[in-house]
Structures are given as structure tokens and as C-alpha cells.
Design a protein around this ligand. Sequence first.
Ligand SMILES: NC(=O)c1ccc[n+]([C@@H]2O[C@H](COP(=O)([O-])OP(=O)(O)OC[C@H]3O[C@@H](n4cnc5c(N)ncnc54)[C@H](O)[C@@H]3O)[C@@H](O)[C@H]2O)c1
Length: 362
Amino acid sequence: MTPLRAAIVGTGNIARAHAQALHHLASETGEVALVAAADTDPGRLSTFAAEFGVSAAYPDAAALLAGTEVDLVHICTPPGGHVPVALAALHADSDVVVEKPATLTLAEFDQLIEAEKQVGRFVATVSQHRFGSGAQRLRDLVRSGVVGRPLFALCSTTWFRDQAYFDVEWRGRWDTEGGGPTMGHGIHQIDLLLSVLGEWTAVNGLARKQARVTETEDLSAAHVEFASGAVASVVNSVISPREESYLRFDFEHATIELTHLYGYDDDDWRVTPAPGHESEVKAAWESGPTRIHSGHLAQFREIVRGLRGGSPLPVSTADARPTLQLVAGIYASAFGRRVIGPADLGPESPFYWQMQGDGPVW
Ligand SMILES: NC(=O)c1ccc[n+]([C@@H]2O[C@H](COP(=O)([O-])OP(=O)(O)OC[C@H]3O[C@@H](n4cnc5c(N)ncnc54)[C@H](O)[C@@H]3O)[C@@H](O)[C@H]2O)c1
């Protein structure tokens, strides 16, 4: 089998997780090979190229796409650079894996969807926590009906980033990061929440600058309603000294909780059946997949499977858009001080064009 040829654009922190996962897949299955990398910073590029044995190293994405034939481009630049690189890669007939947040705005996201259609290639957005075995089991339980209707959820990203974290010039700014912890950090948990609870219908949010000197919020909170009738309470913080990522789902027949920080294993899940439902909930939970860590490797395995099968790559743009739309909805609700539904976030809304709309109201 000819390995798929992958390249990485942007060779900073998260690029290492991509390269490690690609190397792992290369040695495990031989289905993919990391063949090229690009970074505008020559020092970072050469360190990365040496560390991961990449011989084709380029000063930017255009040079990479012109110089090496690739099947898959992994975009690991800061968020503001994702769309131009993604469009260039798609038009060079490559599929794309783009880090979160895929785009700075819904308008940009729709540009990606349009380009996918035009060229017949796919964009996958990174959301690695959908792929751990626990999340797969949870979605199976919901689909099978064993846990009954979803009633309530808590979705909490309480992380800590000191002021120095925001010294990196692209962080904490609307024009380069697209938002604060709602967009940049909580999006991981929000995306997992939506992958379980499905279509959201209304959001009532607030955003605050509590402690950090940034353009964006350092805290947001929201109540979200779902088509299923479920409601969720969502918190996104970078000012919380005891850090945690926590999701709690209360169904009719069980509470299912996940407590972790940046990635989870099976032991991080806790299942509490409602009285009278112990045996079927336990049996269904125990019959699902096990031992898949919620990292980039788990997602890339599914992406490679999608590439081989010619199907949209997970997480597809269709699956990822509601997450970005809910983030936009939290900002629109927080700054417009009203309840927002998906229909309020079309091109007539300033929040379609910029996450901060016409400008935040603090
Ligand atoms: N999925 C996750 O868990 C996770 C975790 C951390 C960061 N991220 C995301 O990954 C992305 C990168 O974050 P990071 O922390 O690795 O950033 P970083 O600043 O460490 O690395 C970004 C790299 O991109 C390079 N770069 C910038 N513009 C470029 C361009 N136009 N072309 C080529 N190279 C360019 C920079 O020189 C730098 O080396 C962000 O979108 C971030 O939100 C995801």
C-alpha cells in the first residue's frame, strides 16, 4: 500500500502532537508518512525537521505545496492563519486537517465549506476528545436508548492561564485568536457536548474580563437548550487555579461524568445508573469500545480510514459547524444581552462576520 503523504504547516507546540501521531501511524500501519513541513520561523522549522526526520522543509505553505506533492495538509499555525493555508491546500488538490478553532468566524467557516464543494476535497477539524473510547461508548448508549432521554448537562472548562501566557502576540485577541476561552479552550468540551446532545436551539450567555489583561473575555458562562429538550450549563474559564475539564450528563436512567484536563482514558469516566436501571446501563457501558485515549492519534486513525474510503473526514465541516455556531451564539448573547438561536447567526448578524460582533460590551 502506498502511504498517504502528509505535511504539517506551522511547527510550534501542537505540531508535535501531530508529528508524533503521524509517526505512530506510520510505524503501526504504514498507511501514512510525514513528508514535509513549513514554518515562517526558520529556527522552529529546522528544529522540528531534525526532531521528526522531515527532509522537505519550506518557509511557507505556498512553497511547500509547490515543492512537494501531498495528500493531506495538517494546519498547526495560529488560528488567524488557518483559512488561507486551508484554501491553498484544497486548491492544490489536497485534503486538510485543521487545528481548532478551524476559523476565526462563521463567515470564514462557510468559505471552507464552499471550497470543499468546489474542489471535491475534505476538511477535517481537530477535536480529539470525540474519539476516546469513553465518548464513543457514551454516544452508543444514547443511540441505543439505554440511558433514556438527556435531561441536563454540565460542561465546564476551568483552566488557568497566567498573564505571561498572553505575551504570545496572537493570544487573547479577536483578530488573531477569534476569542478567549470560549473559542480557544472550552471549545474542546463544547464540541464533545454537542457530539452527544445534538442540535442546539437557544443560548443565553455572558462574558467577562475578570482578571487577565486581554482584548477578549477570560470567563464566559451560558445556558444552552437543545432540540431534544435537554438543557446544559457551560462554563469557559482561564482564571481557575484548580484546573479541570468536566462534563456531566444526566439522562433519565443514568448520570455519566467525565473528569480530566487535556485528555482522558477509560478510568476518567464515571457511570451512575438510576435506581432500577443498574444492570442494563452497566452491561451496555461495558460492552462498548475500550482503551482509546482521547488524543490526536485516535482522531487521525479515523481520518486515514476516511481518506482510504473517500468519505468526509472526521470531524467533518458539517459536524464541526454547530460548535463554532454555538461559540458565536455565546458571544452574541453575551454582548447583545439576549437569547440567541442558530437562525440569529446568519450573514445579517455582525456575529457571523466577527466573533465579537460590532464590538464587545463589557
Ligand atoms: N487540539 C489541541 O489540543 C490544541 C492544543 C494547543 C493548540 N491548539 C491549536 O493549534 C494551533 C497552533 O497552536 P500552537 O500552540 O502550536 O502555536 P505556536 O505558536 O506554538 O505554533 C504556531 C507555529 O506556526 C508558525 N506560523 C505562523 N504563521 C504561519 C504561516 N502563515 N505559515 C507557516 N507557519 C506559520 C509559527 O512560526 C509557529 O511556529 C492553534 O490553532 C491552537 O488553538 C490545539
